[in-house]
Design a protein around this ligand. Structure first.
Ligand code: C2E
Ligand code: CA
Ligand code: CA
Length: 642
């Protein structure tokens, strides 16, 4: 029900209730007045009759006749006149009440008057309730009693009062209805204005005045619910690249101004009724109803093109680039929530791949959801003992002996199974869990090595060290402590640091590696050939080993360029006084070729896959006993390696 109708009904209702209460009170008052008035009239008549009946009675006329005449003449409203003396009924006159036993009535009246003071009252008779008034007949020992039906229609005064009251009520009601109408329309108009101002405030962004996220959801939901089966709806999520950097360097006021300008420029190039919203922060959204993928893509290109002209804010000229994610209903999502999420994921995909615009891709999305979940669980997985360390042997190519192992971590997830490190090492870096991970790997690897040493295998272990771990000031003291507690000599521990990490901050790397090298640790540059090592710097770094990236080794028999790279790395390493390890050796042919080019060591599936700790000693025993060729040894382990 509309507010104005509610107000109208409310005011009219209150008026009717008030009038009813007042009417009831008025009725009581009138009834009271009416009763008093009726008694007064009856008494007046009784006195008239009593005065006039006395003469005929005194002059000897018969009681009844005299009474009849005076009753008719002087008591027009009385139903019955009675003359009583001490003995009871003396005479009666009146039109009504034939069924009344007048004698017993006279007795009842005399009983009522018994006190002497009672000269009026009410009496119940078969015909109803009657008012009675008694008065002495002047000069005679008689009492005259007049009776009048109490239920008879009220007096003229009552009738007048009733009709006036009724008219007044109607008038008040009429006025009330009009006042209510007036009130209702004024109040509801004011409320409507307030409500729409409030709604605007809640559904629009205060800075740009554009619709906000909640209005976007509302519009999208209603568009989706009413969309025809063949209709397409496209949603773009637009992110301003490096906006945080702009805010940090040029200030928030500048950022706000820039947002206004960008919003206005996007608005300007969009077709008139296209919905543009600000999602908050540096994100806008555009939704196109009844469109196709081609049209939506063309629209994103227009938006991107509009950014080519730099923005000028407070005399500062600035170039702005965007990342736009595009998702379509019904191809990618079937409700507003999912559509916004898909466009958001696509926007992140665009930003990460530096492609400006990306259409939602379900496969990449499920990967990113899994990544998110893993990221949240990783820390507790480390402390909860879900990590396992596998070891992959390296052999020297001249003697064919095992020269050591590389420790490679896996996550034994309770529901997802064994997860390879490529899926969670980056996550560990991003979430800060890498320190705990590296500490765990170092401890596990060194205690494993101690066991091997005690069993007569005096070999080394290599541990991968990520960027952040290298920057961790606790790394060195932690390694020293572990070497001390396990009694392992420092030269048995190799730290593998990828070439890229090293080249990011060469001065820092040099300082840290030198201090670790001084401890006696071996330093190996991992994935060598994928980065951009400057030979000049390489010469100054305390490096003991280069590990040729497996991508070159894997392809070296099929690609002369890759073969040339492997040969150059071997040569470079020897020139620098380092040893070379080729990883990714998957067959005998490669192993022989590496031996021919005087590569020092080899690591790969042909020799052995990475295996859990408990498989290593049996494998070593088999291998050193020479019971199996490298490839056969791998087979014979029946290793569950991954
Ligand atoms: P990486 O250091 O280059 O490790 C060698 C990778 O090559 C391992 O993958 C190994 O299983 C694989 N591999 C060995 N032989 C062959 C072969 O013959 N053919 C092929 N195709 N691959 C071979 P994995 O174990 O999946 O490790 C992947 C990467 O994860 C490692 O690359 C390393 O960068 C990182 N990683 C592993 N464990 C750790 C760790 O404890 N700490 C850190 N920071 N990173 C680790
Ligand atoms: Ca490695
Ligand atoms: Ca490697």
């Amino acid at each position: 029900m509309r507010l104005s109708t509610q107000l109208l009904l409310g005011i009219v209702g209150i008026t009717v209730i008030t009038q009813s209460i007042l009417g009831l009170i008025a009725y009581w008052i009138i009834a009271d007045v009416d009763k008093t008035y009726a008694f007064q009239t009856l008494r007046q008549q009784a006195e008239d009759v009593a005065h006039n009946v006395a003469i005929p009675l005194v002059t000897g006329d018969t009681d009844n006749l005299a009474l009849e005449q005076t009753h008719r003449y002087f008591a027009p409203t009385a139903d019955l006149s009675l003359i009583l003396d001490r003995g009871g009924l003396r005479g009666a006159a009146g039109t009504a009440l034939p069924e009344i036993d007048q004698k017993s009535l006279a007795e009842r009246l005399q009983q009522s008057m018994a006190g002497g003071n009672n000269t009026s009252g009410q009496i119940d008779l078969p015909a109803g309730k009657f008012r009675w008034v008694a008065t002495p007949v002047v000069g005679l020992p008689l009492q005259l009693v007049l009776l009048h039906h109490a239920g008879a229609s009220g007096s003229a005064l009552t009738a007048t009062l009733n009709s006036r009251f009724f008219a007044t009520s109607l008038a008040i009601l009429w006025v009330a209805v009009w006042i209510a109408l007036l009130f209702a329309s004024v109040i509801s108009r004011k409320l409507d204005q307030k409500t729409s101002a409030l709604r605007h405030q809640v559904t629009h962004d205060t800075l740009t005045g554009l619709p906000n996220r909640s209005l976007l959801y509302e519009e999208l939901s209603s568009a989706i619910s009413t969309a025809e089966a063949t209709a397409n709806i496209a949603l773009m999520v637009i992110d301003i690249n490096r906006f945080k950097h702009i805010n940090d360097t040029l200030g928030y006021d500048f950022g706000d101004q820039l947002l206004l300008e960008i919003g206005a420029r996007i608005r300007h190039i969009l077709p008139e009724h296209t919905f543009l919203a600000r999602l908050g922060g540096n994100e806008f959204a555009v939704y196109l109803a009844d469109t196709s993928e081609q049209q939506a893509t063309a629209c994103t290109q227009h938006i991107l093109a509009a950014m080519h002209t730099p923005f000028t804010v407070n005399q500062v000229e600035l170039e702005v680039s965007l990342s736009i994610g595009l998702a379509l209903f019904p191809q990618h999502a079937d409700d507003a929530d999912a559509l916004v999420r898909c466009a958001d994921v696509a926007m992140h995909q665009a930003r990460e791949s530096h492609t400006s615009c990306s259409i939602y891709n379900g496969e990449k999305d499920s990967h990113s959801v899994r990544t998110l979940l893993l990221g949240a669980e990783l820390r507790s997985a480390i402390s909860g003992g879900q990590l396992v360390l596998f070891y992959q042997p390296k052999i020297s190519l001249d003697k064919g002996e095992v020269s050591g192992f590389e420790a490679l971590v896996r996550w034994d997830h309770p529901t997802l199974g064994l997860i390879p490190p490529d899926e969670f090492i980056d996550l560990a870096e991003q979430t800060g869990a890498i320190q705990d991970l590296t500490n765990w790997v170092l401890e596990e690897a060194l205690y494993f090595l101690r066991k091997l040493h005690r069993n007569g295998f005096s070999l080394g272990v290599a541990v991968n060290i990520s960027t952040q771990s290298l920057r961790d000031f606790q790394l060195k003291p932690r390694i020293m402590e572990l070497l001390k507690s396990t009694g392992i000599a420092a030269h048995h521990l190799t730290l593998e640091i990828t070439e890229n990490v090293m080249m990011q901050d060469i001065d820092f790397a040099q300082e840290v590696l030198e201090s670790l090298h001084k401890l006696g640790l071996h330093i190996s540059i991992d994935d060598f050939g994928t980065g951009f090592s400057s030979l000049a710097y390489l010469n100054h770094l305390p490096v003991d080993e280069l590990k040729v990236d497996r991508s070159f080794v894997l392809r070296m028999m099929n690609s002369s360029e890759d073969l040339a790279i492997v040969e150059s790395v071997v040569e470079l390493a020897h020139t620098l006084g380092c040893s070379v390890v080729a990883e990714g050796v998957e067959d005998r042919e490669v192993l022989t070729a590496l031996g021919d080019m005087r590569c020092d060591s080899a690591q790969g599936y042909h020799i052995a896959k990475p295996q859990p700790a408990e498989r290593i000693q049996p494998w070593l025993e088999d291998y050193t006993a020479g019971t199996a060729s490298p490839a056969e040894a791998r087979m014979s382990t029946g290793s569950p390696a991954i």
